[in-house]
Design a protein around this ligand. Structure first.
Ligand SMILES: [Zn+2]
Length: 560
């Protein structure tokens, strides 16, 4: 009798909800690195193996996905980006790639055609010096708004310059700001800025520096409806880019509440790990009291970390360095937070059960943060799985590199920053510091440190493929230089895949639940049209995400 039941249970396999078959599936599980097929039940991986083995789990209710030989990996984990920023960016007109004034006008006209009467049209990123041809009428180096007024007579328009130092408004917006009629006033002069006027004394729509705020202050503040729109767009972007889990690098209670609302409504299509904005002490106090929120049921929204912002960036020479900038003698950058605060927050975070994630770019900032972490760790000797992180960890002194491994501090890097910044970063740091300690992913791995990957979107586009490419080539997206920058610091494809999957999961204490394709783990997958693990490196940038699966549900599928 017992034998009979056993035999039956062996031959009749459990029925799967979803079967993904006939693929090249990289599992990030060293014991079983490549399989052909996966069976999924209740959002988790039920079995994996060859296509014929997994066929045993098919029943009439099973959804079947045939990969036709395509490549699948564990769902990609974006370890450092800004959720609402991604969404809000999409709500505004992106004028960064516009090549003429006419093209800018076309974009505004399209937005006007979709807008409610009187609704503001906002955008950012235009730059008249990048246009292939200039309009006939230019005043003080800028276009004028005559044509913009024709395109949008009734909707106020407000467009920020790429530099952030100027804006371009239409007549309707200027009228609302009371600057359409300057008679009797001192024309054009504003404290700390300028309203640019044409030869007849009429405003041209261009406002510089602080004059921009005359119109900018009228643009409606973010409303709850707009926030919902932004989150919807951000989640759509995550799904399209194959991101199944997302570390939100610093948000407040209103964002957490909004994500919670989406979760309740079944609209949360990626798993969220939110870092609390450390700039808000009241927020932190509230969370110390209530303790971390660890979503052990759905694994969709967890809050158990604090983001601190410790220095600036290399571009603006704000990154905090031990030695002066090579291209600005006597200048060292600066901390953006008294370093004691890192220690104080850490000492409260540890007993309350929170991880601390500090932004540090320069070698001085990295050292100071490590010192503060070390001091705090020393006060809680019995707590040994804290997994504190340094966000970016871009430039580290040789002496401090081993401390990541020794202290168990995670380096949450963004490989794509190397592609964008390395060509000029050498001017800031000089050859020796670049070679010793800038973007030293391989050196960090060799100390035993965990290294994650991400994009810092919307600073860089959210697409993980360029950042994956950067991590294995150490080249710019134009493919330069030959062989890559400091080639001995490249990641192998396997290391790069792990950084974007299992290591990301580890950085949020979820490596037991996701990050690799193993029986019992979450059915989070990303499918690519090309084999990013094997194609020649110059082809990686042409790869695209075909499908995204979160908890066994297909949240994105390329339409063709
Ligand atoms: Zn960031």
């Amino acid at each position: 009798m017992l034998l009979g039941i056993l035999i039956q249970s062996c031959s009749k396999k459990e029925s799967a909800d979803l079967i993904i078959t006939n693929g090249k599936i990289y599992t990030v599980d060293e014991a079983n690195p490549i399989v052909e097929a996966v069976a999924v039940k209740d959002g988790k991986i039920l079995a994996l193996g060859s296509s014929s083995e997994i066929a045993d789990y098919i029943s009439e209710v099973t959804q079947l996905v045939d990969l036709t030989g395509r490549t699948m990996t564990p769902g990609f984990i974006e370890s450092h980006a800004h959720l609402m920023g991604i969404g809000y960016n999409k709500l505004e007109l992106d004028l960064m790639y516009v090549q003429s004034y006419d093209e800018l006008l076309d974009k505004v006209a399209e937005a006007v055609s979709k807008a409610q009467p009187g609704e503001w049209i906002t955008g950012r990123g235009w730059h008249q010096d990048k246009w292939l041809e200039k309009p006939d009428k230019m005043v003080k180096g800028f276009q004028t708004n005559d044509l913009l007024n024709q395109v949008s007579p009734n909707n106020p328009v407000f467009l920020r310059h790429a530099s952030g130092h100027a804006t371009f408004a239409n007549a309707k917006a200027l009228e609302l700001a009371g600057i359409n009629n300057l008679k009797g006033e001192r024309p054009g002069e504003v404290e700390g800025g300028e309203i640019i006027l044409d030869e007849l004394g009429n405003p041209t729509g261009v406002l510089t520096e602080r004059a921009s705020s005359l119109v900018g202050k009228l643009v409606p503040a973010e409303t709850p409806e707009r926030a919902e729109q932004a989150l919807t767009l951000a989640l759509q972007e995550l799904a399209e880019k194959g991101i199944t889990s997302f570390h939100d690098a610093g948000s407040g209670q209103s964002t957490i509440d909004l994500i919670e609302k989406f979760k309740k409504e079944g609209k949360l299509t990626a798993r969220m790990y939110v870092m609390l904005a450390g700039s808000d002490p009241e927020l932190l106090e509230n969370w110390y009291k209530q303790g971390p929120r660890i979503d052990s049921a759905d694994h969709l929204l967890s809050v158990r970390s604090i983001k601190l912002f410790c220095d600036g960036a290399l571009g603006s020479r704000g990154a905090w360095l031990l030695e002066e900038y090579s291209d600005r003698p006597g200048h060292f950058g600066h901390e953006t937070l008294p370093m004691e605060v890192v220690g104080q927050v850490s000492e409260k975070a540890i007993p309350a059960g929170f991880q601390v994630n500090s932004h540090a770019i320069g070698d001085r900032a990295n050292r100071e943060v490590l010192d503060q972490y070390e001091g705090a760790f020393g006060k809680f000797p019995d707590k040994n799985d804290l997994r504190f992180r340094i966000e970016h960890a871009q430039h580290i002194d040789l002496e401090d590199i081993p401390r990541f491994g020794e202290m168990g501090v995670i380096a949450a890097m963004q490989a794509i920053h190397l592609s964008s910044d390395r060509p000029w970063a050498i001017d800031r740091l000089g050859e020796k510091r670049i070679v010793d300690g800038a973007y030293v992913w391989q050196k960090l791995l060799q100390t035993g440190a965990v290294v994650t990957n991400g994009t810092d979107a919307p600073v860089e586009p959210l697409d993980p493929i360029p950042s994956f490419y950067a991590s294995v080539t150490r080249k710019t997206l134009a493919g330069t230089p030959d062989g890559g920058y400091e080639a001995n610091q490249k990641l192998s494809r396997e290391e790069a895949l792990k950084a974007y999957t299992l290591s990301g999961a580890y950085a949020e204490f979820e490596e037991g639940f996701k990050g690799s394709i193993e029986v019992g783990k979450a059915a989070d997958f990303t499918v690519f049209d090309q084999n990013i693990m094997e194609i020649p490196e110059e082809e990686i940038l042409t790869a695209k995400v075909m499908m995204t699966v979160v908890g066994g549900k297909i949240v994105y599928q390329e339409s063709k």
